[in-house]
Ligand binder design. Sequence first.
Ligand SMILES: [Zn+2]
Length: 285
Amino acid sequence: MSDMRESGRTIPVPAGGWASGPVLLSELTTEDLAALLDGTPAVALIPIGSTEPHGPHLPLATDALLSEECCRRAARALRDRGIAAVVAPTVSYGVTHYARGFRGAIGVRAETLLALLHDIGGALLNDGFAQVAFVNNHLEPEHVAVIERAVESLSAERGPACVSFPNHLGKRWGRTLTDEFKRGNCHAGRYEGSLVLATRQELVREEVARYLPSLDVSLSDEIRKGGSVTFHGIGMDRAYTGAPAEATREEGEKSYARLVEMIVTEVTEKLAEEGDNTSRGQIPT
Ligand SMILES: [Zn+2]
């Protein structure tokens, strides 16, 4: 490919190179991508969400929309730092047992999700990406555990510097997010509502959200108690907890800034790891 570029034949990369080209992998042509991967270590951000109920006021795709927006913003921030980053097509189905009994909870089995993430990650690495990063906003523990398993298997096969999972459920980043998030009232309340408002306001039923009473059900407390959790079983009768009426665009912008900082930090740390050639085939803990 580089010969074709050097000989001046048409490769439709924008004049500014990858830095000014589309951020979505799906909008590139095969030749755009070849040129991008030819030049510099590149990162593919993989948005992961779910298709499940988020109260009477937020769309079923909420988690996927949040991950896509985090990835778009993080890709631009990485490009500003000279790192070629693109956003891969979204994985919009997750493991969604908690939402059982509500219309629109369209989940897949853990093994299905694991195979999908492993195969997508492996294909992107085969294509020449230096790193794949899983960016997730569906916080059900079994779903998150599947992503961790995909990270472990890709790390074992391809080296730990090839894959990252900036995870805001971990101690390092969770404490940087809002109080409602930290209390565990983090499904379709103020935290998630603010994030949707900041990017897809037209999808929020604001006239409904305004009148929804606050609900103090902590998903993290319920999970800690053990046993099988469902929204219905813990009193989330309309598939939300927290304070939807308090959501604002401003808070959403602040939360995106934190989430993007998390992604950019973890991705650049992994790239430095690979650059230092310090990987010794260990699975990160
Ligand atoms: Zn959600």
